[in-house]
Design a protein around this ligand. Structure first.
Ligand SMILES: [Mn+2]
Length: 376
């Protein structure tokens, strides 16, 4: 049996500029590097023969020279594990790029930096095929069909877009093309989400990024372990989580709660239930929903101060527990104000306008606290 690890879209050198706090930004850069090293250590731990990296190992086509050297050293240390890299749209190969100095890459590393070609591993009954980006775009597909062989694995390593091939400038790969590729397995990079599929006799997967880069890359992240078992036509695939931290987005209903400490307690309980006792290490975007009592004193700053998590973004979508329609009938300042703003909410052109008007209504009504008490 041959054991292969598939990892893609690491984007080493990514700056995490979305985090404004410098320390958190640095921590995330360390996390990314640590996950890369952990993935290599994991290959050793499970005795993998090969590590496939289908593109975007680096975040840019001209990564820092020191980073490139560190990556080369890290790969050298895991020999005799073979590392097979295909360049992607972010780290495409060009004359003078880091890929262009083969003598600097350790002997256990093989690079696909141009047109479709192959690499034979006769002892393992494996041929690895691949191609690499040589520019930010590859409008014509880089994949070429190969001849299937019995008792021999044909494996492809490629950066490309199998999801919107009709319009993609990133090595478009149609289902038909993959089905006719003659490959048993196609290791793909480009989509940062973990996706596994099969068309015809060819199975393929995006491992997704091993460490998220932002809230558009949520949930557990890691690598794929591929077990090529004699007698099977496609490998057995297992997901191995490796990310240091996760990006998570959720809604918490604060209906009836009165204080920051009550709200924080409810959120903490929910996070511990969903993400385990280690929940504090993750990054959260939390939508606060529900109907708050008009007497509630819950503030974004106060709640943030009481919630100890690595990164927190709160979205206030709560409203006051008031019968707005009933209030709008009253000929009072609060009643007339409510009537006017309800009309604005009604006429809002989009959700954002609607949310803004709702917020204005609730802020205004808090100012009319006394009238509200009379109205109930
Ligand atoms: Mn990528």
């Amino acid at each position: 049996m041959t054991k292969i690890v598939q990892m893609s879209d690491v984007h080493l050198g990514f700056a995490y500029a979305g985090l404004t706090d410098r320390h958190r930004q640095q921590q995330r850069q360390q996390d990314l590097w640590q996950t890369f090293l952990n993935a290599l250590a994991y290959c050793q731990k499970i005795d993998a023969q090969l590590l496939l990296i289908p593109g975007d190992l680096f975040d840019t086509p001209n990564p820092d020279a020191a980073l490139v050297q560190d990556v080369q050293d890290a790969f050298r240390k895991i020999a005799p594990i073979k590392v097979v890299i295909a360049t992607g749209n972010h780290d495409f190969a060009y004359a003078g790029s880091c890929w262009d100095e083969p003598q600097k890459w350790p002997a256990n590393v093989h690079l696909f930096t141009g047109t479709w070609s192959k690499l034979d591993f006769p002892d393992w009954q494996i041929t690895i095929w691949g191609a690499g980006f040589t520019a930010p775009y590859a409008k014509i597909s880089l994949l070429k069909p190969v001849t299937p062989q019995t008792n021999h694995w044909q494996i492809g390593v490629l950066h490309g877009d199998a999801f919107t091939p009709e319009s993609s400038p990133y090595d478009p790969l149609t289902a038909e093309q993959i089905a006719n590729s003659g490959l048993n397995w196609l290791a793909l990079g480009h989509i940062h989400k973990r996706i596994q599929n099969q068309v015809g006799a060819t199975a393929y997967a995006y491992a997704g990024t091993p460490e998220g880069h932002g809230f558009d890359e949520q949930g557990p992240k890691g690598v794929l372990v591929l077990d090529f078992i004699p007698g099977q036509t496609t490998p057995t695939v297992t997901f191995q989580p490796l990310a240091q931290r996760q990006y998570e987005e959720l809604s918490v209903d604060l209906t009836g709660l009165n204080s920051n400490s009550e709200a924080a307690a409810k959120i903490e309980t929910m996070l511990a239930e969903k993400y385990g006792p280690d929940y504090q290490r993750h990054l959260y975007k939390i939508h606060l929903t529900g109907a708050l009592p008009t007497t509630a004193l819950i503030t974004e700053a106060g709640l943030t101060a009481q919630l100890s998590v690595f990164d927190l973004r709160l979205r206030n979508e709560t409203h006051l527990a008031i019968d707005y329609q009933q209030l709008a009938q009253l000929d009072t300042l609060a009643g007339n104000f409510t009537k006017k703003v309800l009309a604005k909410i009604d006429q809002a052109h989009n959700d954002q306008e609607k949310a803004q008007a709702q917020l204005a209504l609730d802020l205004g009504l808090r100012a009319f606290q006394e009238d509200l008490t009379n109205a109930h």
